[in-house]
Design a protein around this ligand. Structure first.
Ligand code: BV8
Length: 250
């Protein structure tokens, strides 16, 4: 694995003052959480996530959409962070400034020890009211699916950003600012297809940051990256930690 991290990239990372990492579903693939591009399994194989993860789908069939999220919550609860998540949690401690931005809704970065990930697309383990948008932590289980908001009686939904919905204003602004200010931007495990998250690496390029892609497959941004580590993040990120900062994950 010696040659995985080019000397030039090791030097850049060692001297970096502010590293930003954007993660996508690929960073959770090795934890057994299927990515959006992978076909879904079993009962859900017949559905396209991009169709189900929309307010229209929820209005049309709230029970179906709610049950899809219950199934995914189960998956995520039974998943464990992988070495890629742990490497990012370690990296955070080594830098004067480190910003982790994630498109993932599975909360695995927090479970691996990352302190303040910016969750651009929300968190699947949280619930909110479809009517008033307020978070709900407790509700009466009446057997009705989805359950209802204790405040206004509206239907409950997962607290994630659906296609066609705006991203949380503060989170997106914080992410854009970090992308514009960092020395190095790593785009990890994302197909760079979903906007506006996919514009963050471009913001970093325009701000003359050194850009790195970690992905076994090419993406629309691969050709513009300064460095490409075409390896799974569960391998590449611990290698970065070892070869750049001499730290071995326990
Ligand atoms: C919005 C939560 C304003 C829900 C998600 C501009 C142009 C075109 C379209 C648009 C545009 N602006 C807005 C849109 C529409 C849309 C969009 O981008 N569509 C795309 C598909 C063209 N965007 C939106 O709707 C966004 N909202 O812009 O608001 C607005 C307001 C009103 C009206 C219009 C616009 C909201 C987007 C957020 C959607 N919610 N998640 C849920 O999870 O249920 S996004 C969801 O899909 C995931 O969270 C994830 O972010 C995304 C999938 O992307 P990736 O994370 O990259 O995952 P993917 O599966 O695609 O790729 C995995 C990658 O990992 C692959 O490259 C693979 O090679 C790699 N990989 C695999 N294994 C590994 C690995 N890498 C490393 N290691 C491995 N082991």
């Amino acid at each position: 694995m010696k040659d995985l991290i080019p000397d030039e990239l090791r030097k850049v990372l060692r001297n970096a003052q502010h590293i930003v990492v954007l993660t996508g579903a690929g960073t959770s693939a090795e934890s057994g959480v299927p990515t959006f591009r992978e076909a879904q399994t079993g009962l859900w194989a017949q559905y396209d996530p991009q169709e189900l993860a929309t307010p229209q789908a929820f209005r049309r069939n709230p029970k179906l959409v709610w049950e899809w999220y219950i199934w995914r919550r189960e998956l995520v609860t039974n998943a464990e962070p992988n070495p890629g998540h742990f490497a990012l949690a370690e990296m955070e401690k080594l830098l004067p400034k480190f910003t982790l931005i994630t498109q993932n809704v599975d909360g695995l970065h927090q479970r691996a020890g990352s302190l303040t990930p910016i969750e651009l697309h929300g968190n699947i383990m949280q619930t909110k009211c479809f009517e008033d948008g307020e978070t709900v932590t407790e509700w009466a289980e009446t057997g009705e699916v989805p359950p209802r908001c204790p405040r206004c009686g509206g239907l409950l939904r997962p607290d994630v950003v659906w296609f066609g919905e705006s991203l949380p204003f503060m989170a997106l602004n914080q992410a854009i600012r970090a992308a514009r200010q960092c020395d190095v931007f790593l785009s990890v495990g994302t197909s760079a297809l979903v906007q506006p998250a996919a514009s963050l690496p471009v913001e970093a390029m325009q701000a003359k940051a050194v850009t790195v892609e970690v992905n076994p497959q090419a993406t629309p941004l691969t050709q513009y990256m300064d460095f490409v580590l075409a390896r799974p993040s569960g391998t590449a990120l611990p290698e970065l930690l070892k070869q750049v900062w001499g730290i071995e994950l326990s």
